[in-house]
Design a protein around this ligand. Structure first.
Ligand code: UDP
Length: 247
């Protein structure tokens, strides 16, 4: 069962449960994709029906940010917790290293995916990375063909939203990849090109603030967070009124 947060259905799972779920999808090899929306992406989905359908069409929908967890709490249907995309990807890489499964990295500026691959292999010895490609291609066809030839179990798709979600929805049914995962700027993180917030800030749900300090251009996008919180409050009041009316 999914938990509705402003029209996006989230899987209410812990990190371990998310990994279990992913393992099952990989084993099936049925063209599945996973999305990791934060509050900004939910806001986007609230205002774009076609994008919302793509997000809800994913086999696994993970709450990437503290904002989504807060929204669910305000709505009175709390989630078990945040499952950050980059942490999920790292755990999955560790899993693939033990099972011998293969991984392909797509996205970010030229050179980043290669550095991310080296770092991931250093961290998870034995991890089989069967290809990398940057995310600034003009023509999708050769990129898709390279992925098909490599035939990975898992594909990290790091093109930013909504490009990565649209790419996955289009190609998941056509490619024989076990699981595609949309992970935003995670390859920059794995490559060390963008540093993550200190642990205490992550623990205090302040990772968004750290990113804002490092990349002030994000302000335009982050302004959606308070709007999202207000929309959740309004929606909760509406649902309470409706429940009273029916009761
Ligand atoms: N990106 C890409 N192709 C594009 C546009 C963006 O590969 O056409 C990459 C960009 O280099 C960055 C990632 O997509 O690595 C988006 O990162 P951002 O931090 O904006 O995404 P978020 O994690 O916030 O969704």
């Amino acid at each position: 069962m999914k938990t509705d947060v402003m029209g996006v259905g989230f899987h209410n799972v812990t990190m371990d449960e998310a990994i279990d779920h992913a393992e099952q999808l990989i084993a099936k090899r049925a063209g599945a994709y996973c999305v990791t929306p934060n509050a900004e992406i939910v806001w986007e989905a609230m205002h774009d029906e076609a994008f919302r359908d793509i997000v809800n069409g994913a086999s696994l929908v993970l709450p990437d940010g503290a904002g989504v967890v807060l929204g669910a709490k305000i709505l009175g249907r709390p989630l078990k917790g945040k499952v950050a995309g980059i942490d999920f990807a790292d755990r999955l890489a560790a899993h693939l290293a033990t099972t011998g499964g293969s991984l392909y990295l797509l996205g970010s500026k030229p050179g980043i995916a290669e550095t991310a691959a080296e770092n991931l292999q250093k961290k998870h010895p034995g991890l089989k990375i069967v290809g990398t490609a940057d995310g600034y291609f003009k023509d999708e066809a050769p990129v898709v063909e390279k992925i098909q030839m490599a035939n990975p179990d898992v594909l990290f798709v790091c093109l930013g939203a909504p490009k990565q979600e649209k790419f996955m929805a289009k190609y998941a049914p056509r490619l024989s990849v076990g699981l595609m995962i949309g992970l935003g700027g995670s390859l920059d993180g794995f490559a060390g090109a963008v540093k993550r917030a200190p642990k205490w800030m992550i623990r205090c749900n302040l990772e968004w603030f750290y990113r804002l300090l490092k990349e002030p251009r994000r302000l335009g996008r982050m302004i959606r967070l308070p709007k999202f919180v207000l929309a959740c409050k309004k929606q909760h009041r509406r649902e309470m009124r409706e429940a009273k009316g029916n009761g």
